[in-house]
Design a binder for this molecule. Structure first.
Ligand SMILES: Cc1cc2nc3c(=O)[nH]c(=O)nc-3n(C[C@H](O)[C@H](O)[C@H](O)COP(=O)(O)OP(=O)(O)OC[C@H]3O[C@@H](n4cnc5c(N)ncnc54)[C@H](O)[C@@H]3O)c2cc1C
Length: 475
């Protein structure tokens, strides 16, 4: 259908490359008005008192929106930045600017669905058309070898069928020039963090990477990781690391906000395989991206259930709701150095390795027995790569209410520490009060003699907490 003027409403797709609504709107030949709307509900306080979007995540988002505006300006367009409920604000804009259509990318989870469906309903009454586009995954929804209602529950089956029968579409070209009308109105500024009751987070020199929001920084990260530092060929061996920028790709924050397209990453992996090397590692990065797809399609299939205590397995368990214990976990004060180090890294930087996430999640769920949805909500607030499907999906898995065929997802923390931080280097970075405890001893200070501890300047219960739980089995 030919339109005169289209609003492209940006959501978690903050880029101009491989962007279906932008591409389609520009093909249409219409005047095009890109809009981003900050929704105050994204910053509201959770029951436990923390904001739904914490300072690290908010900062990364603001940078990403700012960069989107620059990228759009480079191709002759611009970005209207507004605040409020999108179902009302985008509606008002469409009426004010006399747009005849609104394009946007489709989301899958309840809050996002509510917003897009309400907007569609409101616009329909005014005769403004809406078109939604699927674009967050590697495999397009329409190219799956099964209907979404029949997405296999088990990851391996999902992956094998997608690999065998699915196809990955080519990336869409970035429009060279867009027609942005003369609007004769303010385009709006980025809000201040304080608008949402947040303070600018301090940058911590120990961060694995200086994460900067936006398409440009995302593309730069890919360039560095794949091409300059040539890390992809070793990814499978390094991906369980804990220290430094290059043990894994660190693409997740940019993927979460759509600053990087997974199909673009896929094409770059294929190019790398031709120009540099093809091996298990190059395949493994795609394997991990399929995990990401899997959680998105599972979320679409199961809807609200992914946020419920009993999960998609409808498994009823007894969960503790002990706030004191929860906050010891969240603040990195459990007295279990490997858990504390990871939680402190998260709090200080907004990022944590995959290995770390599995361990701290298992600890909260299995060792403390605390309501897993509290942990998921805390991650939602803190993680700069928060992705609704990957986060709640992974938490369900760890909590045993997902669809993992392996029943026991218990992580023995000390055994994990032995495998992944044998010399205690990671813990010493994030738990400085134990930094003079050498070697693996830093993982179990409570087992060292008082004399030894005194010599290292550690006083359990004073400078560092006693462990809040006793482990039955150690190694
Ligand atoms: C409890 C828990 C919560 C998590 N919450 C999130 C979240 O909110 N957002 C998020 O992107 N990932 C989440 N993950 C998955 C994973 O930890 C991160 O994707 C990964 O650590 C990001 O670092 P990376 O980009 O360097 O990953 P890499 O190892 O370089 O992997 C490349 C990409 O593959 C995808 N990927 C890798 N592992 C997974 C996985 N297990 N599930 C889904 N996608 C994966 C990511 O998009 C990642 O960027 C969570 C994992 C756990 C155990």
């Amino acid at each position: 259908m030919k339109y005169r003027r289209i609003i492209v409403w940006f959501r978690n797709d903050l880029r101009v490359h491989d962007h279906a609504p932008l591409f389609s709107a520009s093909e249409n030949g219409a005047e095009l008005i890109p809009v981003y709307c900050f929704d105050p509900r994204m910053f509201s306080r959770e029951n436990l008192g923390f904001p739904k979007t914490g300072p690290h995540r908010a900062k990364f988002l603001l940078q990403a929106v700012d960069n989107l505006r620059s990228k759009l300006r480079e191709i002759g367009s611009d970005l209207i930045i507004c605040q409020g409920k999108p179902e009302e604000v985008i509606y008002d804009l469409a009426v004010e600017l006399q747009a005849d259509a609104v394009y946007f990318s489709e989301e899958v989870t309840s809050e996002e669905k509510f917003v897009e469906e309400s907007l569609e309903k409101n616009l329909w009454k005014k005769g403004v058309k809406t078109e939604s586009f699927w674009q967050s995954t590697l495999f397009h929804l329409e190219d799956l070898p099964f209907p979404v209602s029949q997405v296999p529950e088990v990851f391996t089956q999902f992956r094998k069928e997608c690999e065998k029968y699915g196809k990955i579409r080519k990336t869409l070209t970035t429009p060279a020039k867009l027609r942005f009308p003369d609007l004769n109105r303010s385009l709006g500024d980025l809000p201040d963090m304080s608008t949402y009751g947040l303070e600018e987070p301090e940058s911590d020199p120990r961060t694995v990477l200086v994460f900067e929001g936006g398409e440009e920084a995302g593309l730069r990260r890919l360039q560095t990781y794949f091409w300059e530092n040539d890390c992809l060929k070793d990814y499978k061996q390094t991906r369980n690391g804990l220290i430094g920028a290059d043990y894994s790709s660190k693409f997740s924050p940019w993927l979460a906000l759509g600053c990087l397209s997974p199909r673009y990453i896929f094409e770059e992996v294929k190019r790398y395989e031709i120009e540099r090397k093809k091996n298990q590692s190059t395949y493994w990065l795609i394997f991990e991206l399929i995990w990401r797809d899997y959680f998105r399609f599972i979320s679409k299939k199961h809807g609200e259930k992914i946020f419920m205590l009993q999960g998609i397995k409808s498994h009823v368990d007894k969960w503790q709701t002990d706030e004191k214990l929860f906050w010891k976990w969240a603040n990195g004060e459990t007295g279990i150095p490997f858990v504390d180090a990871n939680m402190r890294e998260l709090n200080a930087t907004g990022f944590m390795s995959n290995r770390g996430r599995q361990n701290v999640a298992s600890f909260l769920v299995n060792d403390l027995g605390i309501d897993w949805t509290w942990g998921a909500a805390y991650f939602e607030s803190q993680l700069i790569d928060y992705d609704v499907c990957s986060n709640w999906g992974n938490w369900m898995y760890v909590a045993g209410v997902g669809n993992d065929p392996r029943e026991n997802r218990y992580f023995n923390i000390l055994r994990q520490a032995q495998n992944y931080d044998k010399k205690g280097e990671y813990v010493r970075i994030w738990v400085p009060e134990l930094s003079s405890v050498e070697g693996f001893g830093v993982h179990h200070p409570h087992e060292l003699s008082t004399k030894d501890l005194k010599a290292k300047g550690v006083s359990l219960g004073a400078s560092y907490p006693h462990p809040i739980v006793k482990f039955k089995a150690y190694l």
